[in-house]
Design a protein around this ligand. Structure first.
Ligand code: ATP
Ligand code: MN
Length: 462
């Protein structure tokens, strides 16, 4: 007989039948003549309650020694449970211990541990209720991302992780090299990357967008979903050095359609989480963020709010609130500005459009005012920016002058310009940070809790 996962057991409820489960002990309580064992196998939030009577073989020597973290195989008969809040329980016939967990030193105890403490034990933290729930939510939503796009005939494109071009034309990239760091060959006072593995300087990708555009202008609608790396020294609760980004890119699409897809995408993912991870959401709403349910239902109930960057600046200037960072047209919105607009003014997700071209990358399409670009950011309450997107500049001459204006060398972007030389088409896309999404849907305050192995400045375990 093969074992059954607890999630399956609770769905099918084979009352009266003999079943076998395998998992880890959460707690043991002893009563007169028997013990209650709470077993979790990682398949769902719920534990299964097991009744182990003292007539079982090795009851004294083994069952009475079971502690939090021990792994076991238990077979027995499933019964409807008389206990409150418990639909079924297992009457053990056989208990086998696979692995003991010395209670003197096992770091996870029954009490709740702080997330900071759990980060220090990256190898054990998925055994906790909350981090296990995050892992299942991540898995479910990864599938939902693919489902959303595949249902609409988008093609999934694998863009490179090692790249030789910087998407934003800025620094903050991790270099990938096999040069001998103790003896780096130099030329013209800098490392001579012509002697490096690829014969040129290579880095970890900061975005797959530019490469996705190539496939977009051949296949129509595409998306990427992969790891992304930023060497920025941001010590915030919303930045990681390694994160996962989803980047759809759509041909024959303008900013308005881009926004429509982005809004529908977020709503789809929130609905998917509510439908497929109800117990995880329940746990987050009870123990992580009391306001979670209200926030998630607000996402589904209404259209997202809209404002242009220029309107946003006006509102911030006249709202009478004091900000740490000054508000002026032409400077980027700071987190405090975004959160004020989103949380206090609109109280729901907010789409900010048409940013000044000076503060946005070269590839965004210049508006007719020649001062702003067809860009959009989606901000959500409690978090700030979750999506950044734009219509791309498809006009060859405009793109060329933008590159020059920004001090970039057009010869470095020849292939990108080619896409505008040959069969150019209006197109648009956006980037959604997968961890920001998981933060939003779980209510986790720190982004380090929503990725299995967080990488941040000064910290990378395993
Ligand atoms: P921010 O202003 O928050 O630093 P950004 O404007 O630099 O973000 P984009 O280049 O627009 O980010 O990237 C698209 C999306 O990727 C962002 O909206 C966000 O959801 C996510 N993202 C960006 N940087 C990070 C990071 N360091 N860690 C996690 N997610 C990130
Ligand atoms: Mn952005």
């Amino acid at each position: 007989m093969s074992h059954i996962r607890i999630t399956q057991l609770l769905k099918t409820r084979p009352i009266g039948q003999t079943v076998e489960i395998k998992g880890w002990i959460r707690t043991r309580r002893d009563s007169k003549g028997f013990s209650f064992l709470e077993v979790n196998d990682g398949s769902c939030v719920a534990n299964l309650q097991v009744i182990a009577e003292d007539s079982l073989p090795r009851y004294q020597e083994e069952i009475l020694r079971l502690t939090t973290g021990c792994s076991v195989r238990i077979s027995g008969q499933l019964a409807a449970s008389p206990a409150k809040g418990q639909t079924v329980e297992l009457k053990a016939v056989e208990v086998e211990v696979y692995g003991w967990a010395d209670p003197e030193i096992y770091p996870l105890q029954k009490k709740r541990h702080s997330f900071e403490f759990l980060r220090e034990i990256a190898h054990l933290r998925p055994r906790t209720n909350s981090l296990g729930a995050v892992a299942r939510l991540r898995s479910a939503l990864s599938f939902a991302v693919h489902r959303f796009f595949q249902e609409q005939d988008f093609q999934y494109i694998h863009t490179p992780i090692i790249t030789t071009g910087d998407c934003e034309g800025a620094g903050e990239m991790f270099t990938v090299t096999t040069l001998d760091l103790n003896n780096v060959p130099r030329k013209d006072d800098r490392p001579d990357f012509s002697q490096d593995f690829f014969g040129r300087q290579a880095s970890l990708t900061v975005s797959g967008q530019l490469e996705a555009e190539i496939y977009c202008l051949a296949l129509g609608n595409v998306y990427t979903f992969g790891p992304t790396f930023r060497a920025e020294n941001s010590h915030t609760s919303r930045h990681l050095a390694e994160f996962w980004m989803i980047e759809p890119e759509m041909a024959f699409c303008d900013l308005a359609q881009d926004i429509q897809v982005a809004e529908a995408f977020i709503k789809y993912l929130v609905q998917y989480a509510l439908d497929h991870c109800p117990d995880e959401i329940e746990l987050f709403a009870n123990f992580v963020d009391k306001g979670l349910r209200a926030r998630l239902t607000a996402v589904l109930a209404q259209d997202f709010a809209r404002i242009t960057y220029s309107e946003a600046i006006d509102r911030l200037k006249t709202c009478g609130k004091k900000f740490d960072f000054p508000v002026a047209w032409g400077t980027d919105l700071q987190s405090e500005h975004e959160r004020y607009l989103c949380e206090e003014v609109f109280k729901r997700p907010l789409i900010v459009t048409d940013y000044p071209k000076k503060i946005k990358p070269f590839y965004m399409r210049v508006n007719d005012d020649n001062a702003t670009v067809a860009a959009m950011d989606i901000l959500v309450p409690g978090l700030g920016e979750i999506i950044g997107g734009s219509q791309r500049e498809e006009r060859y001459d405009r793109l060329l002058s933008r590159l020059e204006e920004m001090g970039l060398k057009p010869e470095d972007y020849n292939w990108y310009l080619d896409l505008r030389r040959y069969g150019t088409a209006p197109h648009a896309g956006f980037g959604l940070g997968f961890e920001r999404l998981i933060q939003f849907i779980s209510g986790m305050a720190n982004i380090r809790e929503v990725i299995p192995f967080p990488r941040t400045p000064g910290s990378a375990t395993l």
